[in-house]
Design a binder for this molecule. Structure first.
Ligand SMILES: Nc1ncnc2c1ncn2[C@@H]1O[C@H](COP(=O)(O)OP(=O)(O)O)[C@@H](O)[C@H]1O
Ligand SMILES: C[C@@](O)(CCOP(=O)(O)O)CC(=O)O
Ligand SMILES: [Mg+2]
Length: 385
């Protein structure tokens, strides 16, 4: 089987409110960032499947003939599968030698790739191909790099297998899939996230697939079209942490102290709803400093609730995003903040050893690109080795 060359990308995310609580059926508000993960898939005739992941310094390849042995005869088509196939995952863990509970960065990325590759092609012939993935996002820092990675894998491999059509019809530009195809991409990205996170809510892969700002509740995705332009400063505390461990820790705490943690989760739900209402007001009436006061207070209250859950910030004064416990923090900048003030704040934080940058939000969801339409520099990273 010969597959088509393709390049796809998906954005990272910032969760404004509702991280962790969203895993327990509460509302989260999340927004895509203008920082993306890019994937290039090439057909090869080497009889091998190769993966190149420069962000995590990983290059691996396997013989197609060996991978074929992992596929059972009763393999369903990717469009018919909705649940994670625990037996396939067990066989894959054995094949690559990664025990359940292993949190190794490479191991999780490899398992997610091989799982989606086999699921996409396993009902037919397995093709020889190479995939390289490079991201502008820091890995494991709360900005949804795992979801952007999973969305890219799902989009490229489902397209290459013919489960969904390639949206790019011309030899230039950038295109997106139709709603139905994005739902399939999202459901496969969720499986990738499940391999990496253990128990994801699905909010990150939804933002990676659809982009923009979303309200997410128990798998229901509501795009928010009326949102003000927000300026955000991202600060990477460079404190390493594992989403999987942090998510499991909140679950344990909730099981141990349900009467204490359940009201905290309800409070976070109310914070998300109040934030959503405030953002809507900011688009229907003149924006006042009181709107920003409310948004800032909500960030402070949310951070206190995350501290109660045990996933707050290890660095005082930096409200965190994503799973917390380290990684990146977000700071809302008021529109009137002078560039000189932002610059000196960024410099102060850099002097303390943090990475810090202002970013715009609301980047588009998953896309297919013609090579000529990819941002300068990205192709070099993808083909760096
Ligand atoms: N660009 C990438 N290349 C390879 N693996 C990636 C990449 N981005 C993310 N991953 C996978 O996702 C994991 C990080 O996910 P996670 O702990 O959820 O952090 P976050 O999603 O906040 O960045 C990494 O350990 C790795 O397995
Ligand atoms: C903590 C959580 O709400 C977000 C995790 O985000 P990240 O992987 O840390 O970027 C978990 C989830 O929603 O699946
Ligand atoms: Mg993640």
């Amino acid at each position: 089987m010969h597959v088509q060359h393709c390049i796809v990308s998906a954005p990272g995310k910032a969760i404004l409110h509702g991280e962790h609580a969203v895993v327990h059926g509460k509302v989260a508000l999340a927004v895509s960032l203008n920082l993306r993960t890019y994937l290039e898939l090439k057909a090869t005739s080497t009889g091998k499947v190769s993966i190149d992941l420069p962000n995590i310094d990983t290059s691996l390849s396997w013989d197609v003939s060996e991978l074929k042995l992992l596929v059972s005869d009763s393999f369903a088509k990717p469009e018919e599968t909705k649940q994670l196939d625990a037996e396939l995952l067990r066989r894959l863990r054995e094949f690559v030698g990664i025990a359940d509970g292993n949190l190794d960065t490479r191991g999780m990325a490899t398992l997610a790739f091989l799982y989606i590759y086999l699921s996409s092609f396993g009902s037919g012939e397995l093709p020889s191909l190479s995939v390289s993935v490079w991201s502008e996002l820091p890995t494991g820092a709360g900005l949804g790099s795992s979801a952007a990675y999973s969305v890219c894998l799902a989009a490229a491999l489902l397209t290459a297998s013919g489960a969904i059509p390639a949206p790019l019809k011309h030899s230039v530009g950038t295109s997106r899939w139709c709603q139905e195809d994005m739902e399939l991409i999202n459901s496969w990205a969720f499986q990738g996230e499940t391999i990496i996170h253990g128990n994801p809510s699905g909010v990150d892969n939804a933002v990676g697939t659809w982009g923009g700002m979303l309200r997410f509740l128990s798998g229901k995705i509501l795009p928010l079209s009326r949102v003000p332009l927000l300026r955000i400063l991202l600060t990477n505390t460079n404190v390493a942490r594992s989403t999987k461990v942090l998510v499991a820790g909140v679950k344990d705490k909730r099981n141990k102290f349900p009467s204490i943690i359940n009201p905290v989760l309800d409070s976070v739900d109310a914070i998300s709803c109040t934030c959503e209402k405030t953002l809507a007001e900011m688009t229907s009436e003149p924006i006042t400093s009181e709107h920003y006061n409310v948004l800032e207070e909500l960030i402070d209250i949310n951070q206190s609730q995350l501290n109660v859950m045990g996933v707050g910030t290890p660095v005082s004064g930096h409200p965190l995003t994503g799973a917390g416990g380290g990684g990146c923090g977000i700071t809302l900048l008021r529109p009137e903040t002078e560039p000189s003030v932002v610059e000196s704040t960024v410099q102060d934080l850099r002097d303390c050893g943090y990475e810090c940058w202002e970013t715009s939000i609301g980047g588009p969801g998953v896309q297919q690109h013609h090579p000529s339409s990819v941002k300068p520099g990205v192709m070099e990273h993808l083909g760096a080795r």
